[in-house]
Design a protein around this ligand. Structure first.
Ligand SMILES: Cc1cc2nc3c(=O)[nH]c(=O)nc-3n(C[C@H](O)[C@H](O)[C@H](O)COP(=O)(O)OP(=O)(O)OC[C@H]3O[C@@H](n4cnc5c(N)ncnc54)[C@H](O)[C@@H]3O)c2cc1C
Length: 502
């Protein structure tokens, strides 16, 4: 059995589980089907179709591309196409695209992408108007892991195309990485994308919740600590906590009252109250009125997971998070952040799974580390600083940005202590609102260009964590200006430039 055949079987299993899980009929009715090279109806966008292109050897990439197109098509018109059906002119005329790309054999393009590789990638193309995301499917067991996805990503950028987010790599059909891809699809579509394969959460107990930025003009940033209720999970700095959010008890009570149902009613997975807490609650209730509890639940989609960078190391025996409380313009709290920072009772259980995130793991060797981040991006950097403290690796340079020193210096005591004892060798802080001319982390990097080059010459790796919009592009531009694009490419190729940006 080839790796892709195995993945196709896995994907089919994932799809079957998923369809059974949230109700195949309701799903199909809501989402419709996507056909090859077919334009699907727009809903409130500029009418330009978003291209979903795939290169598949035996069908796994195609299946993921179809499901991606289905996830997007309720919000934007979508065109699904094989990579081979595209030419440079079509790509140049496309504003937004996502690519789902398999690698076959010893790092080759799938057979059905051969024409594209020869005719399109063999030439240059002006793709400066194209913004894209790329999912690379591969198998770590092969030396040239995700090679064709990486090759296409490099080629697209060389033609002037702009990545909307960092390439997502999926090792052997890994469900966690696919859920991360779905997070990006959700952001593109502006809607919730139900998890294709729900995470296998374990119960963790919320043992600490502390506001770190009292008085800030920004959303509350909370330090949370969770202890496992089962086993002693292991993880590495850079890994991600997938959380299964719940609705607030008030929201569940309100909907039960509106529908005239009892929280204690029995349903397949416990009581109706518990099950509703884990479903996306509809605003329109007309079509649901009068349904018996189980049928009502079958109409409702499970709340998709949320992801949070882990801010602690496994030897601490607890997962710590740094979570920004998000709220909609009408004041409603975000589902994930509202659950963690306000609704979840202290001492109560949280559904959590740890997702291995190799692309943000520490370097294997002892080398200097430049850690750059803003806001809650400090979470991922903090885990690295803690891991390095345990290994007595103190050549660390932290560049951190937030709004004001007075209110937004997250984990201030710890950071200042690390700086004082030399675990942070160099500390640059960019409190944007403390300066009339707004200083950001990228400005710190530009101001310290000479030092940056010295650290990189001494073998430093660069780790960036925090916001995708604003910070990550600004930091990348500053690094490229100071270090040169050839050095940046080398660092990326050697795994010495790593990002966890969202
Ligand atoms: C790798 C990674 C690491 C992150 N680390 C942190 C961190 O350390 N601290 C922190 O505060 N935030 C972090 N985030 C952001 C976090 O996951 C949530 O997006 C954020 O808390 C807002 O979610 P919410 O449910 O509170 O808000 P909501 O308003 O409910 O959701 C915000 C928006 O994001 C969309 N969305 C969020 N998750 C999904 C999903 N799974 N599927 C589809 N759409 C989705 C929603 O549709 C909505 O448009 C991280 C995100 C990623 C991808």
């Amino acid at each position: 059995m080839t790796p892709e055949t195995r993945r196709l079987i896995q994907a089919t299993a994932v799809v079957l589980i998923y369809l059974g899980f949230c109700g195949a009929v309701a799903w199909r009715r809501r989402r419709g089907r996507v056909a090859d090279a077919m334009l699907l109806p727009a809903s409130g966008d500029d009418g330009v179709p978003l291209l979903v292109a795939y290169a598949s050897q035996t069908g796994f990439a195609e299946e993921i591309a179809r499901r991606s197109a289905e996830a997007l098509q309720g919000a934007v018109p979508v065109r699904l196409a094989r990579l081979d059906a595209l030419d440079a002119a079509t790509l140049a005329a496309t504003r937004r695209a996502v690519f789902v790309i398999a690698t076959t054999g010893e790092g080759d393009a799938p057979d059905n992408a051969a024409r594209f590789v020869r005719k399109v990638m063999g030439e240059t193309a002006g793709l400066s108007g194209l913004n894209y995301g790329l999912l690379a499917l591969g198998d770590q067991g092969y030396a040239r892991y995700c090679a064709f996805g990486r090759q296409l990503d490099t080629w697209l950028q060389a033609q002037g195309a702009t990545p909307l987010f960092d390439r997502v790599e999926v090792d052997d059909g890994d469900g966690g990485a696919l859920r991360h891809w779905q997070y990006h699809l959700g952001r593109l579509a502006g809607t919730e994308v139900p998890d294709w394969a729900p995470a296998q959460f374990l119960p963790w107990r919320l043992v600490e919740r502390r506001l770190l930025n009292s008085g800030s003009v920004g959303g509350g940033a909370f330090h949370l600590a969770l202890e496992p209720m089962e086993g002693q999970p292991e993880w590495s700095a850079g890994d991600i906590a997938e959380v299964g959010p719940r609705n607030s008890p008030e929201a569940v009570t309100r909907i039960l009252a509106q529908l005239g149902l009892k929280a204690s009613a029995d349903v397949a997975d416990g009581t109706l109250g518990e099950a509703l807490a884990a479903r996306l609650l509809p605003v329109e209730l007309e079509t649901l009125a009068g349904l018996p509890p189980q049928l009502l639940l079958d109409q409702l989609t499970p709340i998709p997971h949320r992801e949070y960078s882990i801010a602690s190391i496994a030897s601490a025996g607890r997962v710590e998070l740094l979570v920004r409380q998000m709220s909609a313009p009408d004041g409603r709290l975000g589902l994930g952040s509202g659950w963690l920072t306000e609704h979840a009772p202290l001492g109560g259980p949280i559904a959590l799974r740890i997702r291995t995130n190799r692309s943000f793991h520490p370097p294997d060797e002892d080398r200097p580390l430049i850690l750059i981040g803003n806001g809650t991006g400090l979470a991922g950097l903090r885990a690295h600083l803690k891991a390095r403290q345990a290994m007595h690796r103190s050549r660390n340079w932290l560049v951190f940005g937030e709004r004001t020193r007075e209110h937004d210096f997250l984990h201030r005591t710890e950071i200042e202590a690390w700086a004082a004892e030399g675990h942070i060798e160099r500390l640059d802080l960019a409190f944007s609102r403390d300066h009339p001319a707004r200083i950001y982390v990228q400005d710190c990097l530009r101001a310290a260009g000479g030092e940056l080059r010295n650290w990189v010459a001494a073998g430093a790796a660069i780790y960036v964590c925090g916001s995708l919009e604003g910070m990550s592009a600004g930091v990348h531009a500053a690094l490229a200006d100071e270090l040169g694009s050839t050095t940046m490419e080398r660092l990326a190729e050697e795994g010495l430039y790593r990002r966890d940006v969202y």
